[in-house]
Design a binder for this molecule. Structure first.
Ligand SMILES: Cc1ncc(COP(=O)(O)O)c(C=O)c1O
Length: 435
């Protein structure tokens, strides 16, 4: 790879793309066919990247194989939902058992209350919980119930935050966003956000944020910032919602449990359904009991697949048989070691790059840091992360095109050390350009 050292970034990316196309003819062909029936060949924007995404045909443990037969250690980890890996026997058994007993039962089933109990026991913010099909839906329900509960309209969100396909707040947001009146605050801006909450107090239904931005770049919140939000929302009579769709994996009790800041409502998703479609929202009984159908003023919450038996069974199997507190702590310690090693490698070489995150969620940024809010990385060329992704794919490591990495339980030192070594190789190859 030493020949790349003298190229500029554009030339390096063009060369990496050329090699990528050459190495993935079957993925390219499948993409061309898909484009005839789906816009851009795509039904999920985040998994598209140019020139075309690899088609993954199979996964096992912490590995995936593409249509061209290349094997990768999977650091995409289904954007954190793949915490159990691809073939955790307990989860597979749980699904098989459910499958053998009928999948469209149209009634409460054996698993949902058990999964709810496991979540309520695990996460301090939850007194009562309800299920949805996705994290997006969970957030829609949480924000909507906050508006009903408070009788107010406005929702304070963080610039660069992401709460699902209709709640995207990076850049100018998305024209597809759900049409709520949003107030935008700067992540980790303690005084600025305090001021905004006070200014909007009379109209503010809730503040919603991730206690570490996930898709927004794995940027942890200062605990003082979260504590301020807790105090100020309480004083304003607004609800505090933590979106822990991704971050609940960061400790045995979620990130709010680890940090000791308890929101009124919590939203969940991803891995908690064992790798199947999942979402949940819950929190204080005084709010959630409004969904009790026996109440005369009950709020209805519908969803054909809210208690779909395969997800419920997979979720129960994962939480009872696999994701013990020890397993969660070990996974996150592994992530901390990987992040520290990558940052040490960057520091040693004095490069314009840093790795943020916590535990099993990491993000590579091509700026020197510190990164405390999405604006801190806005100036970095996106081409660097694209180049990193293509170079890591070529080295046998599957990662996202925006620099995010997540770890799964089946990973061992071999995969994380291997990833770190491959990353160091990338840094060496492009050190001259990254100074
Ligand atoms: C923080 C956060 N909230 C909500 C969502 C939406 O979840 P889903 O994709 O299941 O709708 C995501 C998905 O990545 C997320 O990262």
């Amino acid at each position: 790879m030493s020949a790349q050292r003298n190229l500029d970034l554009d030339a390096a990316l063009a060369e990496a793309e050329r090699r990528f196309v050459q190495a993935h003819p079957a993925s390219g062909k499948r993409h061309d066919a898909a484009r005839k029936v789906m816009p851009g060949g795509n039904t999920r924007t985040v998994i598209y990247y140019p020139p075309f995404p690899v088609t993954i045909s199979r996964g096992e443990g912490c590995f995936v194989w593409d249509l061209d037969g290349n094997r990768y250690a999977d650091f995409v980890c289904e954007f954190t939902a793949g915490l159990y890996g691809h073939s955790e026997p307990a989860v597979v058994e749980g699904v098989k058992e459910a499958l053998a007993n009928g999948i469209v039962l149209g009634a409460p089933n054996r698993y949902e209350a058990e999964l709810a109990r496991l979540l309520v026991e695990r996460f301090p913010a939850l007194e009562l919980v309800r299920f949805t099909n996705s994290g997006t839906e969970a957030n829609l329900m949480a924000m909507s119930v906050a508006r009903v509960f408070t009788g107010r309209d406005e929702i304070l969100v963080m610039k660069g935050g992401y709460h699902g396909g209709v709640f995207m707040f990076s850049g100018n947001g998305s024209p597809l966003n759900a049409p709520f009146p949003y107030v935008l605050a700067e992540y980790n801006d303690l005084e600025g956000t305090r001021k905004l909450i006070r200014e909007h107090a009379a109209k503010l239904a809730c503040v919603i944020l991730e206690p570490m931005l996930g898709g927004g770049g794995c940027i942890p919140a200062d605990v003082e910032f979260l504590k301020m939000l807790r105090e100020e929302t309480r004083a304003a009579g607004a609800l505090l919602i933590f979106d822990e769709v991704m971050t609940s994996r960061l400790s045995p009790t979620g990130l709010h449990g680890a940090l000791g800041v308890i929101p009124d409502l919590l939203t969940l998703g991803k891995y908690l359904g064992g790798g199947l479609s999942f979402g949940a929202f819950g929190g204080a009984a005084r709010i959630m009991e409004r969904f009790d159908p026996m109440r005369p003023d009950a709020l209805a919450h519908a969803g054909t697949f809210n208690n779909n038996v395969l997800t419920m069974a997979a979720g129960v199997a994962g939480l009872t048989k696999v994701l013990t507190a020890e397993a969660s702590l070990a996974l996150n310690a592994r992530g901390d070691r990987l992040r520290n090693r990558m940052n040490a490698a960057i520091e040693q070489r004095k490069l314009a790059c840093c790795v943020t995150g916590r535990g099993s969620m990491l993000n590579v940024h091509f700026v020197r840091g510190p990164v405390r809010r999405p604006a801190d990385v806005a100036a970095a060329s996106k081409d660097w992360v694209k180049l990193l992704q293509l170079e890591m794919l070529a080295r046998g490591y599957y990662m996202t095109h925006r620099g995010m990495l997540a770890l799964s339980l089946p990973m061992t030192d071999k995969e994380t050390d291997g990833f770190a070594a491959a990353f160091e190789g990338f840094l060496d190859d492009y050190a001259a350009l990254l100074k």
